[in-house]
Write a protein that binds this ligand. Structure first.
Ligand code: C2E
Ligand code: CA
Ligand code: CA
Length: 890
């Protein structure tokens, strides 16, 4: 409106200025015509007065000429008249032709002056004849007439001038009046017009404002595009929507396109092009990018107008900012998706308690489908585990506090009752009255399960499913604590895969992961249930062995692990060989602290890595040497079977009564290619641990029986061979079968075989031992109890075992007769054994005194260096052949 005021002020000033200029011009013109008229009047009045003067002069001269009869004076009078005539002519010349009345007056005047000249001339001529006095009167009359005429001319001229001036004045007044009217009218008109304009403008402005207001409320802006001139005009709201100021916008279609989101510009141009081409309005949604970088979503509509020739000339349309609406829509979709995918059950009921909505989680939790629940009352879930008061309290809380939360027992469709965390909220309308109830709930019985899973996940290595480092550390601490109390040993071994980094780099991490998984699969079965195998880190496993008797057990574990890992792995159809290194440390000898133990094992493993691949190291180096010796022996023992380094020696058994050889004990010997003969005391336990005892045992039995068969065939009497059984062999389920097969295979009677067992072998599972022994006895095989007296068994126990013979241990015999205890014990054993109907054999008999004692105590048989050490088969054969007797010694 400020602009409007200044605008109007300018218009008014311009109007006034123009009026003033025109007025000045009018005055000027008026003045000119006034001046002209006045000048004309002056000219005439000058001339007329000169005419009068000339006439008067001529009158005087004529009078003097008459009085003095002087012709020269009269001639002067005539020239004065001529002068008046020419002046009159001159006046006539200056008269405008249209002023006919005046023209005729002047013409009459001129002609009267001409007549005056003629009449005076006539009178002058007559005066000479008639007398000058008469002529004077006539002159006088003539001149008087002429003067009168001049006066008439003057009067006429005066009246003419005054009328002319009056006319000018009249015209001036008229013009002035018209002018005044025009000015007043114009100003009035201007004011009226300005007033009107203002009114129109304010109406227009109001309608514009209300349009803009409407546009801003609806976020709709309108545009008008002149296709021919490519001019584009925008309403304010469009500028607002585009985030532009009117001066920033080039107001062309191209400029408009530059604000469209790049991904949508094709959509927009296409829509506009097709709308124009197919003569249809278009309606699209697209994005635009504001100068500040923010993105708005708009709904744009447009319609084209066409010229008479069908060419598009104009397009008008609207742009609506629908960003907020879109966001609300998105939020609604989001909300409904949250409902659909929530793990919590959501149920919405109306005020009567009827279910209106149930989400899919309701099915998962309760077993009812949403369709089964909708239209029902949530009472269908009731478990009858709560008293009436519980529900009354719940509804009271909803009514007074607008909600309830707590644990409630509900029942699933299949009848199972379960605890549920339930939250009920009353949704109120604007008056505060509840219109719906929203229940959100979840199954609490699931929480316990998930807690278990979480705990497992926290302690489990995801890749191998082995315990992870955390659990390993926990277990190691526990192991150490319990070993500390019981005074036991714990071993920790780290096993590192050597080439994993390489495999990851060349074949990729999935291959590396597969390798770790397969390595874990191989290692797991090697570890007992009470012990722990865990994944320590990237390419490292860790093993904890509890109740370790011997460091060697850990060495064996590491060896079996290294062996297991040395076999090829099949990864993605490819055979991969890897090596591994292991290191071990022990509690309490290396450290009593779990972290240090692991550190020690790591140090040992690094050492192994730096030495041979596929090797192990113990943290304490001295242990390494010991274990190395054993290890090499073990390795040699394995090879010894194939290389047939075993031999069977025989030690004769003699009857004390007759002194004759009644049998022999088969004793195995290992002829080591480097160490020579290795004692069975050294290698039998090793063979037991490694399982090599089975083939060795079978070899000894076959060899001994085959040999015995030959000797029997030679007729060396009613002899038998005693074969030692190790604990492992005795426990073996296939023992009977093996012995049976061997006997069959060799083809010899079972009673030729004497099996030697020890007390400790039968002490563990007595019943199982009795069964085995009974079966052996039933087969016809003889059984001897070896090393008797070293174990814990009492003689009363022996009654229960179906044995034939008892061998008194060498330790009792050794100090006979010097040791009285041994003497007493041995004689007691002999008499007790006899009371149980058992044959008694004395072992390790070296002296004659011992022999004497045994004979005196009625011992049945003996074995010992006194007669012969164990000897190879040929020597034994010679002994048999010679029929050598115990008593031939003397
Ligand atoms: P054992 O069954 O008690 O065998 C008797 C051992 O005493 C033999 O030692 C023998 O050489 C030794 N010996 C015999 N008479 C005398 C003597 O007068 N004085 C002394 N000091 N020693 C005597 P060897 O042959 O070294 O066997 C040691 C042990 O090895 C055997 O003790 C037996 O337990 C075991 N053994 C030997 N051969 C076999 C076998 O084939 N299988 C099994 N399972 N164990 C065997
Ligand atoms: Ca023996
Ligand atoms: Ca023995």
């Amino acid at each position: 409106s400020r602009m409007g005021f200044i605008g109007r002020l300018w218009i008014a000033l311009a109007g006034i200025g123009a009026a003033a200029l025109l007025f000045v011009a009018l005055m000027f013109v008026q003045h000119r015509s006034w001046m002209e008229t006045t000048a004309e009047h002056e000219l005439f009045s000058n001339n007329v007065s000169m005419i009068r003067e000339a006439v008067a002069k001529a009158h005087i001269l004529a009078g003097e000429a008459l009085a003095t009869s002087r012709a020269d004076l009269y001639g002067q009078s005539l020239s004065e008249i001529d002068k008046a005539i020419s002046l009159s002519d001159e006046v006539g010349v200056h008269i405008k032709p249209d002023d006919s009345e005046f023209v005729s007056i002047i013409k009459a005047h001129t002609s009267q002056l001409g007549e005056l000249k003629q009449s005076t001339t006539e009178r002058w001529r007559l005066a000479g004849k008639e007398g000058y006095a008469t002529a004077e009167i006539r002159f006088h009359n003539d001149f008087y007439k002429a003067l009168k005429l001049s006066e008439e001319i003057t009067a006429a001229m005066r009246s003419r001038t005054s009328s002319s001036i009056a006319k000018i004045e009249g015209r001036f007044r008229l013009k002035l009046a018209i002018w005044m009217a025009i000015v007043v009218g114009g100003l009035t008109a201007l004011i009226v017009m300005a007033r009107k304009r203002e009114k129109v403008e304010s109406v227009l402005r109001q309608s514009e404002e209300s349009l803009a207001h409407a546009q801003s409320i609806a976020n709709i802006g309108s545009w008008d595009w002149n296709i021919v001139t490519s001019e584009l005009s925008w309403s304010d709201e469009i500028y607002r929507i585009f985030g532009l100021k009117p001066q920033e916008f080039g107001a062309t279609y191209e400029a408009f396109l530059s604000y469209i989101h790049p991904d949508d510009s094709e959509l927009v141009t296409k829509a506009v092009d097709t709308a124009i081409k197919e003569k249809i309005p278009y309606s699209i949604e697209h994005r635009l990018v504001r100068p500040d970088g923010s993105i708005r979503i708009v709904h744009e509509r447009g319609e084209t107008s066409y010229g008479p020739d069908g060419t598009p000339v104009r397009m008008v349309g609207t742009v609506q900012d629908i960003t907020e609406r879109k966001q609300t829509e998105d939020q609604l979709t989001l909300a409904s998706q949250v409902f659909e995918n929530a793990l919590e059950g959501v149920i919405i009921t109306d005020t009567t308690g009827m279910v209106q909505f149930a989400n899919p989680a309701v099915l998962t939790i309760t077993g009812y489908t949403p369709e089964e629940v909708i239209g029902q009352n949530p009472r269908i879930f009731r478990s009858d585990r709560h008293p009436r008061e519980f529900y009354e309290k719940m509804w009271k809380s909803i009514a007074t506090e607008g909600g309830w939360q707590g644990i409630i027992w509900n029942r699933r469709k299949d009848g199972e009752a379960f605890p549920e965390w339930l939250s009920i909220t009353a949704v109120k309308d604007y008056t505060g009255k509840a219109m719906r109830y929203v229940s959100v709930f979840y199954d609490m019985s699931l929480i316990k399960q998930s807690e278990d899973t979480l705990r497992r996940q926290a302690y489990e290595d995801a890749l191998t499913k082995l315990p992870n480092r955390l659990l390993f550390e926990d277990r190691l601490a526990t192991s150490i604590a319990s070993a500390g109390k019981a005074g036991g040993k714990v071993g920790v071994a780290l096993i590192g895969l050597d080439r994993l980094k390489n495999i990851n780099e060349t074949l990729g991490f999935p291959a590396g992961d597969q390798l770790i998984q397969k390595a874990a699969e191989r290692l797991r079965p090697l570890v007992n249930d009470g012990d722990t195998l865990a994944r320590f880190g990237g390419d490292e496993f860790v093993c904890v062995l509890n109740d370790l008797k011997d460091e060697q057990d850990m060495v064996k574990m590491m060896l079996s692990m290294l062996e297991g890992l040395s076999l090829p792995f099949s990864i993605d159809g490819r055979e991969l060989f890897i090596t591994a290194s292991a290191g071990a440390a022990f509690y309490p000898s290396d450290s009593s602290d779990s972290a240090t133990l692991v550190q020690d094992a790591l140090v040992a493993m690094r050492r192994a890595k730096n030495q041979d691949r596929n090797s192990y190291q113990l943290y304490t180096t001295a242990m390494n040497t010991r274990s190395y010796e054993r290890l090499s022996l073990e390795n040699d023992l394995r090879k010894a079977i194939g290389r047939e380094e075993f031999a069977v020696y025989y030690q004769p058994k003699l009857s004390i009564k007759t002194g004759a050889i009644v049998g022999m004990e088969a004793l195995v010997r290992w002829i080591h290619p480097v160490h020579g003969m290795v004692s069975p005391v050294k290698f039998i336990p090793l063979a037991e641990e490694t399982g090599l005892i089975a083939p060795i045992g079978e070899f000894v039995m076959t060899e001994a029986l085959t040999q015995l068969k030959k000797w029997v065939a030679h007729g060396y009497g009613d002899i038998s061979v005693a074969v030692n059984l190790s604990a492992a062999q005795f426990r073996d389920k296939g023992l009977l079968k093996t012995i049976g097969n061997t006997l069959d295979h060799v083809g010899i009677a079972p009673l030729r075989l004497d099996i030697e067992i020890t007390e400790s072998m039968v002490m563990g599972d007595v019943n199982a031992a009795i069964t085995t022994l009974k079966n052996l006895r039933d087969m016809g095989v003889r059984i001897s109890m070896d090393d008797f007296g070293t174990g814990y068994s009492s003689l009363s126990y022996l009654k229960r075992f179906p044995i034939h013979c008892l061998k008194v241990d060498r330790s009792f015999i050794r100090d006979i007769p010097a040791n009285a205890d041994d003497v007493a014990i041995t004689s007691a054993i002999i008499s007790m054994a006899h009371s149980l109907n058992l044959t008694v054999v004395a072992e390790g008999v070296e002296t004659m005194e011992q022999l004497e004692f045994l004979r005196a105590n009625a011992c049945d048989e003996l074995q010992g260096y006194l007669f012969s050490p164990p000897v190879p088969a040929p020597e034994m054969g010679k002994m048999l052949a010679s029929g050598k007797s115990l008593y031939a010694l003397k």
